[in-house]
Design a protein around this ligand. Sequence first.
Ligand code: 0WD
Length: 255
Amino acid sequence: MDILKDKKGLIVGIANDKSIAWGCAQSFQKAGANLAITYLNEKAEKYVRPLAEQVNAPIIMPLDVTDDSQMETLFKEIEEKWGKLDFLLHAIAFAPKEDLHNRVADCSKDGFLTAMDISCHSFIRMAHLAEPLMKDGGCMLTTTYYGGEKVVENYGVMGPVKAALEGTVKYMAAELGEKKIRVNALSPGPIATRAAGGIANFDTLLEEAKNKSPEHELVCTDCVGAYARFLVSDEAHLVTGSTVYIDAGFNIMAA
Ligand code: 0WD
């Protein structure tokens, strides 16, 4: 099971032990990877540092993606310590509450730009800094949701933002393919995390996911981690530009 032996990976998006990024980090580490793990701010550090230590992460650093200097410092540290990067996981999203709960048609310019910046363009900024470190190729993974493809009630402005993110995955995959850098998006079904708590009536979404999906099961962060582990490994070397569903088949069902 050492399919990630000697691989170096960056994980952005652990808020606590319920985070999708945490399920992925555990799976990567069990498969032999060394991890760099970031936390949003001092408040988050309390929860994230013990988790990062649990998976023996040699790099544990702050990263608020709106702070360019923090991002540069992080990649400089990775370069100095490892001299390379094999994969990265971008598992963050944010939209101001008011805009998230409003109709898309009423979304403020500031709210839209903030959501797009943190949830989508930050992936581009990371890719830009990671590219020169992925000297032997690599894999960049982000996280999206079905609401980027189809209209999901209460998903609001995150829908258009995830649609942009999925488009970004395709374009960057095309641009970086020559360097054997693969770019993909994970699309899990609904999971009760902190970010999910921001979506109105999230319980209904969970119920619907369970009732309607062919497997009648809810997705867990470990299941996402297992798929992510395969995607960042060399075994997935021909998978790029894809949005892959881990949703018990929910996406194939008619509304
Ligand atoms: O149902 C779900 N939970 C699904 C989530 C289904 C499908 C996709 N996703 C996506 C989310 O949209 C997100 O892109 O997965 C990604 C990870 O989300 P998560 O694991 O559900 O949520 P959470 O554990 O809350 O982690 C997201 C974290 C933030 O947590 P809080 O709770 O503080 O908002 O994103 C981080 C932060 O740690 N984050 C930032 N990190 C760096 N810079 C920033 C920022 N500016 N803003 C938020």
